[in-house]
Design a protein around this ligand. Structure first.
Ligand SMILES: [Zn+2]
Length: 161
């Protein structure tokens, strides 16, 4: 078991955070944005960036080649559907995708929208970690959290309509 501190400050002990989220044991702040037979999408509000989505598989797997044929099809469909919703309701022009197989949780893809302020941290992969840390440490004002929450609601409505 590992102790994990959630974005709301609560501490939980779980084997795998992704399992806890996708099974509903932990309810993400802002709720579930989209759920399918094989995948689960939510925003990690610990990183308050409008439209940032984490797409996790429901099965406890780590690597891309562990996906079944059905999961592969669902994955690309869900990923594209979320991408389209980010564009349609939030006007997001570009998204960075990040996924590492040596995760301490399980298979999940970060969809990080690209905003103009992020370019001061670089133009490519080297900017992702500094951008996330900046968001976590400097953008956690009530006003911004409210905007992020409103964006989650917009995405959730668009994706489930
Ligand atoms: Zn898991």
């Amino acid at each position: 078991m590992r102790k994990i501190t959630l974005s709301n400050g609560k501490t939980v002990e779980v084997e795998c955070l992704s399992c806890a989220l996708t099974s509903g044991l932990i309810e993400p702040d802002g709720g579930v944005v989209l759920e399918t037979e094989y995948f689960h999408a939510h925003q990690d509000v610990a990183y308050p960036i409008k439209g940032l989505i984490i797409l996790a598989s429901k099965r406890h797997i780590k690597c891309f080649d562990e996906l079944t044929e059905e999961e592969k099809i669902d994955y690309i469909q869900v990923l594209s559907k979320i991408r389209k919703a980010q564009r349609n309701v939030l006007g997001i022009e570009y998204v960075y995708y990040f996924y590492n197989e040596d995760t301490t949780h399980h298979f999940h893809t970060w969809m990080v929208p690209r905003y103009d302020w992020m370019y001061e941290f670089g133009r490519s992969v080297e900017s992702v970690r500094p951008v996330l840390l900046y968001a976590r440490n400097k953008m956690n004002s009530n006003v911004n959290i409210q905007e992020v929450t409103a964006a989650i609601d917009l995405l959730t409505r668009e994706l489930n309509s």
